[in-house]
Design a protein around this ligand. Structure first.
Ligand code: SF4
Length: 364
């Protein structure tokens, strides 16, 4: 690994220029039309921050509006059922975000009387709110002087600073948090914190891209070490890669004579926790043993397909079984009509599978 390069943004005067340029750039060139911007409503900011983790803006837009229509306040979200929350989330993936949001809303009601805490420290004690999300809410809505460090901001700062330390090590991430804090607008300039925070996010999302950053348009290009060194894409440095594994699962796609589908609610932990799903088995034999007596025709094995999770590739083997009406092809679960399962939170590959079967010529 190359030694850590000298970091030139180190005097308070330079820091002033750095945050002033980010603030000025955000106010003239940053994003301002997204529905969660230009608001100090912590509920909207929180909702958008959670939805935008691992999901693109264009995808989030529709979900954000639908969520707000159904749950206009944190109290309404707290009072909703987990199934309905997961149903509205269906298709966004990473469902632990939705479950945590629901629990978080309930804690805000129970512990804080339905009002979001105004500083990052208590916000961080809530389910699903990490240090960066807590800081974003506190900075945008309440003007607290705290640093965010999401993926976009890490990329911008490590490049500007030429931060060559390995961010797969927690102590190096903590050091970068300290550095990010030292770059914040001064405490006597609270109006700047929201623009500065938004500016770093916007810079990372629109200019300082993972591949081929458009450095020509960057407001801090004259201070950027990575640009000066000629290889911005080298940053951030992260040597430890995620270890991936693979698993094969057999899906029991049981249908009855009325065209209903048998679904089970997944346990509260593990893969697709809390969602409704086709029953999963680790082998075809186990599936046949479970469903055998309910089937009225030979089962049909369908083509296997791959579904990619964060740490794992799933090789999914759908198996169609026509079952007698009112039979029970599983110990838990029940039959659902299409109108019913469309409202549920379902794993994305299963929703696609069911929609495809629904539209097929042989579907009842
Ligand atoms: S100059 Fe280029 S690499 Fe440096 S912060 Fe700006 S966009 Fe990123």
């Amino acid at each position: 690994m190359r030694p850590e390069v000298e970091q030139p943004i180190d005097s308070s005067a330079t820091n002033d220029r750095f945050h002033a340029r980010i603030v000025a750039w955000q106010r003239t060139h940053g994003r301002s039309q997204l529905p969660w911007q230009n608001t100090r409503d912590p509920y909207r900011v929180w909702l958008s921050e959670v939805m935008l983790q691992q999901t693109q803006v264009s995808t989030v837009l529709g979900y954000f509006e639908r969520f707000l229509d159904r749950f206009p306040t944190v109290g309404a979200l707290a009072a909703g059922s987990e199934d309905e929350v997961l149903g509205l989330w269906s298709g966004l993936g990473y469902y632990s975000r939705a479950r945590n949001m629901h629990r978080c809303a309930q804690e805000i009601v129970e512990r804080f009387g339905g009002e979001f805490p105004r500083t990052a420290a208590p916000l961080e004690t809530l389910p699903g709110i990490g240090r960066s999300t807590a800081a974003a809410i506190a900075a945008f809505c309440f003007g607290e002087r705290v640093a965010i460090l999401d993926g976009n901001v890490k990329r911008v700062l490590t490049r500007v600073l030429g931060w060559g330390a390995d961010l797969s090590q927690a102590k190096q991430v903590n050091a970068l948090w300290d550095r990010a804090t030292s770059l914040l607008p001064r405490a006597d300039d609270p109006a700047a914190i929201a623009s500065y925070t938004q500016g770093l996010m916007d810079l990372g999302a629109t200019i300082c891209l993972p591949r081929k950053p458009t450095c020509l348009l960057c407001p801090v290009n004259d201070a950027c070490v990575a640009l000066r060194e000629g290889d911005p894409e080298r940053f951030p440095v992260k040597t430890r890669k995620l270890k991936r594994s693979a698993q094969s699962l057999w899906l029991l796609h049981a249908r009855d004579g009325e065209g209903r589908v048998w679904l089970e609610k997944r346990p509260a932990t593990g893969i697709w926790a809390g969602l409704h799903a086709l029953p999963l088995f680790e082998s075809l034999d186990a599936l046949i043993a479970a469903a055998g007596e309910s089937t009225i025709r030979p089962i049909t094995e369908e083509p296997v397909f791959r579904h990619v999770l964060t740490h794992k590739d799933l090789h999914l083997h759908p198996v169609v079984a026509m079952c007698a009406t009112n039979s029970r092809p599983g110990e838990v679960g029940r039959w659902f009509t299409a109108a019913e399962w469309r409202k549920l939170g379902l794993p994305t590959p299963m929703r696609k599978l069911l929609e495809a079967a629904q539209g097929s010529p042989g579907a009842p």
